[in-house]
Ligand binder design. Structure first.
Ligand code: ADE
Ligand code: ZN
Length: 332
């Protein structure tokens, strides 16, 4: 099973590029840019990663992102992730970036997107990993701030496939961003949103009905609402589930108690992703492996999860077919 999981072609659809900032790179960039961080060693940084919930993680995650200043920093961050992803046989990535985390510190939008995109292009030519970029709005900030960010992104429309919604969920329902998402869809962006990670099933309904999302990021709390499960199953709306993240942030007490297998068995289009791997202790391969072991997933489950990720991606039907045929061949 271990070798199968390593070899199976993967698509990663829920990955915050700022969440791939490994402690080693954080220290290096802090020194390179003369930024003070409240840690003196890599070990000290790792020790600080003891989270009780989403907010306790976000506080440390936003603080860590302060070391990202120059275009080269965003390049190094993204390239580091892609090299790591290649070892997990990741073939396609749809990555999130949070421009507001950077523009609020007077880092230019172009600096951020140019660095990320140059690395993604190198990743495609040198590692064979295709990509899409998803711009997330920070939901703890205002809808007006999100709208201004959308305006700022318009000149870069050809490089951003979709918009998403992340950060502190409870108290910031999708409805708050209905107008921003209407405008984004009018401009041709696809939409996704984090919902049902810590927030209630109502937030998932809002993401579907008001934001008209293509996928729900997380969505694990959908299981509390049978009518919602029926809707998600009928429409085959994908859920980008992040098992190790859910454990580190206390959404489930242990991986053995995670509801991923129940979601799969309910007929939902479930995918496995790493969310913020530098903070949660595992990249996509490790998420597959630990979840398989904890929930005793069968080879058929792994096969379905791997295929779901390509089905749920923004790739063309032809590319999806090609990747899925390769998965089928490995599993046969
Ligand atoms: N930003 C980065 N990781 C996140 C998560 N798991 N939930 C919400 N916002 C995030
Ligand atoms: Zn996330």
């Amino acid at each position: 099973m271990k070798s199968l999981i390593r070899r199976i072609p993967k698509a990663e659809l829920h990955l915050h590029i700022e969440g791939t900032l490994e402690p080693e790179l954080m220290m290096k960039l802090a020194q390179r840019n003369g930024i003070e961080i409240p840690y003196t060693s890599v070990d000290e940084i790792r020790h600080a990663y003891d989270f009780s919930d989403l907010q306790s993680f976000l506080d440390i995650y936003y603080a860590g992102a302060q070391v990202l200043i120059e275009e080269q920093d965003f390049y190094d961050l993204t390239w580091g992730y892609l090299e790591r992803a290649a070892t997990d046989n990741v073939r396609h990535v749809e990555i999130f970036f949070d421009p507001q985390t950077h523009t609020a510190r007077s880092i230019d939008f172009c600096t951020v997107i140019n660095g990320i995109c140059s690395a993604l292009q190198d990743g495609e030519s040198r590692l064979g990993i295709t990509f899409e970029l998803i711009m997330c709005f920070l939901r703890h900030l205002s809808a007006a701030d999100a709208m201004a960010t959308l305006e700022e992104a318009l000149p870069h429309k050809n490089r951003i496939r979709a918009v998403g919604l992340d950060s502190s969920e409870v108290g910031h329902p999708p409805a708050k961003f209905a107008e921003v998402f209407d405008r984004a869809r009018d401009e041709g962006f696809l939409t996704v949103a984090h919902a049902g990670e810590e927030g209630p099933p109502e937030y998932i309904w809002e993401a579907l009905d008001l934001l008209k999302v293509e996928r729900i990021d997380h969505g694990v709390r959908s299981l509390e609402d049978p009518a919602l499960v029926e809707r998600l199953a009928k429409d085959q709306t994908p859920l980008t589930v992040c098992p190790l993240s859910n454990i580190k942030l206390g959404v489930f007490k242990s991986l053995q108690e995670h509801n991923l297998k129940k979601l799969l068995d309910a007929g939902l289009c479930v995918t496995i992703n790493s969310d913020d791997p530098a903070y949660f202790g595992g990249y996509i391969g490790e998420n597959f492996l630990q979840t398989q072991q904890a929930l005793n997933l069968s080879a058929d489950d792994i096969h379905a999860l791997a295929k779901n990720a390509f089905t749920a991606s923004f790739l063309s039907d032809e590319d999806k077919k090609r990747h899925i045929a390769e998965i089928d061949q490995i599993m046969s």
